[in-house]
Design a protein around this ligand. Structure first.
Ligand code: ZN
Ligand code: FE
Length: 254
């Protein structure tokens, strides 16, 4: 089992450290800035071996070169985005596997927010790093991909084991759940999740990671196939992708 540490960065980003005790291997997922990650590594006395990049946006990669210079870690990211990522030591595609200590990570293509966005799944530890694809209570904006692509990406993630911890890239959960409640005001699990999230934020704690099972029960972007959601957006007979697109469009204006 990998140890997991959530590292708040910038205003509302998260990086994550994963650590294999047996081998001492440690990886970071995304580098919004190097400083907090270097501080977390030294607090745990861990030596960084790998830097995993989810997508090309500055708020996920701008600390990569500084962190590589400081630690000598290998940088892994999507082959498709190699032209707009920091220099990659290993270029990944859908289904690529790579070791972190004794565990094997697997790459899942999750286009939508950006075309080259990837997620990292660790089946043994039941961890999935989704950054700005599937987010706690929501999903990333469609900057490059289509609603159809993002819907398909989230469908793939929704097939992972329900006890998988979803580790996403930002602290947007409270506003995501406020929006979700406009669609499902009577979803009791959603109501209680919103209360818990508000309490955690008031105490200054992160609201990530989240078990996939909780997302399936409360995240509207994973629920576009349900009659309740279709009716809520006034499209009772539309297909799932159309409903998904309407939900995403409403959130953009929320
Ligand atoms: Zn992004
Ligand atoms: Fe982001």
């Amino acid at each position: 089992m990998l140890d997991l540490v959530t590292v708040p960065c910038l205003a509302d980003n998260y990086a994550y450290l994963i650590h294999d005790r047996e081998t001492g291997h440690t990886a970071v997922i995304d580098v919004p800035e190097a400083g907090p990650i270097i501080a977390a590594l030294s607090a745990h006395q861990w030596r960084l071996t790998d830097i995993l990049i989810t997508h090309h946006h500055d708020d996920h990669i701008q600390g990569v070169d500084a962190l590589r210079a400081e630690t000598g870690a290998m940088v892994l990211g999507a082959a498709a985005d190699a032209h707009r990522l920091p220099r990659l030591d290993l270029a990944l595609t859908e289904g690529s596997t790579f070791p972190v200590g004794a565990e094997t990570g697997r790459v899942i293509d999750v286009p939508g927010h950006t075309l080259g966005h990837i997620a990292f799944f660790f089946p043994d530890s039941r961890l999935c790093f989704t950054a700005d694809s599937l987010m706690a209570g929501g999903c990333g904006r469609l900057f490059e991909g289509t609603a159809r692509q993002m819907h398909a990406s989230l469908q793939k993630l929704s097939q992972l084991p329900p006890d998988t911890l979803i580790c996403s890239g930002h602290e947007y959960t409270a506003s995501n759940l406020r929006f979700a409640l406009t669609l499902e005001p009577e979803n009791t699990q959603l109501i209680s999740r919103a209360v818990t999230v508000a309490e955690r934020r008031a105490q200054g704690f992160p609201t990530v990671p989240v078990p996939l099972a909780d997302e399936l029960a409360t995240n509207p972007y994973l629920r576009a196939h349900l009659p309740a959601l279709k009716t809520a957006v006034g499209l009772p007979d539309a297909d799932d992708v159309m409903v998904f697109a309407e939900i995403r469009a409403r959130k953009d204006k929320f």
